[in-house]
Design a protein around this ligand. Structure first.
Ligand SMILES: [Zn+2]
Ligand SMILES: [Zn+2]
Length: 77
């Protein structure tokens, strides 16, 4: 039974108490760093952004509409 080589499963091993950016999956050791990163990298001018695909919107209604159509989000309010 030679010829087999086990592939080590190393992915998904870093689920510790790190703060992860839900937009780009980057990890930070402190919450302030994460907030700072998100403000600089993702929020920019548009106050509303889709957390799933990182698309920006200028109004809440636009984003909600996008979430419903693209991601099948259920928004009750
Ligand atoms: Zn990010
Ligand atoms: Zn989206």
């Amino acid at each position: 039974m030679l010829g087999y080589s086990e592939i080590p499963i190393k992915s998904k091993m870093n689920f510790f108490k790190k703060f992860q950016c839900e937009v780009c999956q980057e990890k930070f050791s402190r919450h302030e760093e994460l907030m700072n990163h998100q403000e600089i990298t993702h929020f920019k001018d548009s106050p509303y952004d889709c957390k799933v695909c990182n698309e920006n919107f200028h109004s809440m209604s636009e984003m909600r509409d996008h979430l419903r159509k693209k991601h099948s989000y259920k928004i009750d309010r």
